[in-house]
Design a protein around this ligand. Structure first.
Ligand code: PMP
Ligand code: GLU
Length: 390
């Protein structure tokens, strides 16, 4: 018999939608896929070249469990320069993507029944991982009228003696909401007052639009730094989703435990992938690469908002990331649930979207704009037509 703890585990719905869209494409059907949350831009050549060189130079053996020292040193430099947080290499753990880092954090901190506050809509993986380690997700519902930005008041209302941690994901997947620096400071104060860990998932830190500013909570002061797990990855920033390199920065004692867990599970991230990641941090061309990605995504975002407005499709205005979270609640009485709605959109419109229920918000839908403007235009026209035919 399978273990109790995995009986109700759900597979990643975002990955499932991409897989389904690819299956249909392989059958020759012209699908517009807005499912995958991964940049459609290739990994920079200088990163690939560094990885190939590492392979040729024989960097093909086990590495220290928490990552090769030059990579951890470069991450300390990055965190100091870009996020204004000072960490030592002994406070860094490199593992297989931000997803595995989060998995290890929950494994390290959760006891049965501990509550973890998760602002909703949330990235699909958070509640599943919390449940896997005996934790209890407690969802907060920031207002869609304020573009889902988490407020300190809302957080305060959800705290109980069992609250262990809060997950902050700013900019957010799926809404693109960004917490203002003022609110981030107040949220951190509340966490300090109640002795709650902050798990800050900063994967989309570089994808910010208009006047949005992203503040890493650990940069606020030493006390907040001491309760914060800063989580990040190379996946989005350097378009390296398949490389599986993510990292954690946190106080030494926690980093030690998490590194030990990593050593008993992952061992280490693929050696040559780590050398590629190091080049991504060190090469001066990276700044231009990130800037050009941000410009591309910024243009797509504006274009997409224009065409959605034109077609009368509502959405929450994103300030970051590369997702558009669309409000399709006015069609709710046409379907038994929003999974049937997204199946209808896929079958009739040949457009793949991730249903809002995957993120805790039924009858909304996530569109990932990791496609060209032409494809955006084609997909939104098809979506609009499919909705009008209802
Ligand atoms: N956090 C968020 C908010 C994400 O959207 C994702 C998906 N890429 C991850 C973490 C996991 O990223 P990685 O590919 O580094 O595991
Ligand atoms: N984070 C991406 C997404 O939300 C990748 C899929 C996943 O890791 O679940 O689409």
């Amino acid at each position: 018999m399978i273990a109790e703890r995995v009986k109700s585990l759900k597979p990643s719905p975002t990955l499932a939608v991409s897989a389904r869209a690819n299956e249909l494409k392989a059958k020759g059907i012209d699908i517009v896929s807005f499912g995958a949350g991964e940049p459609d831009i290739d990994t920079p050549d200088f990163v690939k070249d560094a990885c190939i060189k590492a392979l040729k130079d024989g960097k093909t053996k086990y590495t220290p469990s928490s990552g090769i020292m030059p990579l951890r040193e470069a991450l300390c430099k990055k965190l100091e320069q870009e996020n204004n947080i000072k960490y030592e290499p002994s406070e860094i753990v490199v593992s297989s993507g931000a997803k595995m880092i989060l998995f290890l954090i929950f494994m390290a901190i959760l006891n049965e029944g501990d509550e973890v506050i998760i602002p909703s809509p949330y990235w699909v993986t958070y509640p599943e991982q919390v449940l896997l380690f005996g934790g209890k997700p407690v969802f907060l519902e920031p207002s869609p009228h304020k573009n889902f930005e988490l407020t300190p008041e809302l957080l305060e209302s959800a705290i109980s003696p069992k609250t262990k941690a809060i997950i902050i994901n700013s900019p957010s997947n799926p809404t693109g909401a960004v917490i203002s620096p003022k609110n981030m400071e107040k949220i951190s104060e509340i966490c300090l007052k109640h002795n709650i860990f902050i798990i800050s998932d900063e994967c989309y830190e570089h994808f910010l639009y208009e006047d949005a500013i992203m503040l890493s909570p650990a940069s606020i002061d030493k006390e907040v730094r001491n309760i914060t797990f800063t989580v990040n990855a190379f996946s989005k920033t350097f378009s390296m989703t398949g490389w599986r390199v993510g990292y954690l920065a946190c106080p030494k004692d926690y980093a030690k435990i998490i590194s030990d867990l990593n050593s008993q599970s992952v061992s280490n991230v693929t050696s040559f992938a780590q050398w590629g990641a190091l080049e991504a941090l060190n090469n001066p061309k990276s700044k231009d690469f990130i800037k050009s990605m941000k410009t591309i995504f910024g243009k797509r975002r504006s274009y997409l908002m224009d065409i959605l407005d034109e077609k009368g499709i509502s959405y929450s205005k994103p300030k970051g990331a590369f997702y558009m979270f669309m409000d399709l609640t006015k069609y709710r009485d046409k379907f038994k649930d929003d999974i049937s709605m997204s199946s209808y959109i896929l079958e009739k419109g040949n457009v793949a979207l991730v249903p809002g229920s995957a993120f805790g918000k039924e009858f909304w839908a996530r569109l990932s704009y990791c496609v060209s403007e032409d494809v955006l235009q084609k997909g939104v026209s098809r979506l609009s037509e499919a909705l009008m035919n209802l």
